[in-house]
Design a protein around this ligand. Structure first.
Ligand code: AMP
Length: 216
């Protein structure tokens, strides 16, 4: 198993660059945010528990996250190659992840930090619109759909995720600063961290592809 982790504030573009790597290099995107949104949509026990935290822009408790990560890894084979997007998000999760991987004969192969200034993030996130039907992501500033409010791919309605409202975005950024940014130092000390300037999306894609090619 291969494990590359993407770190970066919400809105730094983790999901977008992860999409490029999964398409071009056959990595599987492992997004705890997507898994949680799917649980909320289904209304399963994890979803019922997670929904309030997500709406408030808070982190879902570590034991819940560690449980869904373990369950999902158990479904994948030993040759799986994962790009983790949005996990780990706390020091507790990062520490718990090590024995979870070791038990599967794996380790963290590389950690990529996407650096983007906060003012760019706030503009990106409060302009983000998602398709209710297929999940495609647009931006009212930079990636407009052909028809206002309608998805180019499936004609579904576009909406703004509750947690993309500006006040919630600011709160998510402060949660990131407090709970997730310590992971930068954690992985730097282990010699695993690479930093990418992700204000420029095309440059971020290229830099990430180079890391993947070196590791995979
Ligand atoms: P994301 O799509 O990665 O921005 O995640 C959306 C929301 O899901 C976050 O604001 C958290 O509430 C929750 N979430 C996703 N991943 C994690 C995680 N690793 N730990 C705790 N909460 C998470």
């Amino acid at each position: 198993m291969k494990a590359i982790l993407l770190l970066g504030a919400p809105g730094a573009g983790k999901g977008t660059v992860a999409g490029t790597i999964t398409r071009e290099r056959g990595f599987e995107q492992f997004s705890t945010g997507d898994m949680l949104r799917e649980s909320v949509r289904r209304g399963d026990p994890v979803g019922l528990l997670a929904q309030g935290y997500m709406e408030r822009g808070e982190l879902v408790p570590d034991d819940v996250i560690e449980g869904i990560v373990t369950a999902r890894l158990d479904k994948g084979g030993p040759d799986a190659r994962y790009l983790f997007d949005g996990f780990p998000r706390t020091l507790h999760q990062a520490e718990a992840f090590e024995p979870i991987l070791a038990a599967r004969g794996a380790k963290v192969d590389a950690v990529v930090q996407l650096d983007v200034p906060f003012d760019v993030i706030i503009k990106r996130m409060s302009g983000r619109r998602s398709c209710r039907q297929c999940g495609a992501v647009y931006n009212v500033h930079s990636l407009k759909p052909i028809v206002d409010g309608m998805c180019d791919r499936c004609s579904g309605p576009l909406y703004q995720r509750d947690d993309d409202q500006e006040a919630t975005v600011r709160h998510r950024l402060s949660v990131y600063e407090r709970q997730t940014s310590p992971l930068i130092l954690f992985y730097e000390k282990k010699g695993l961290l690479r930093r990418i300037d992700a204000a420029d999306r095309a440059g971020a894609d290229r830099a990430l592809l180079a890391v993947v090619d070196e590791v995979a």
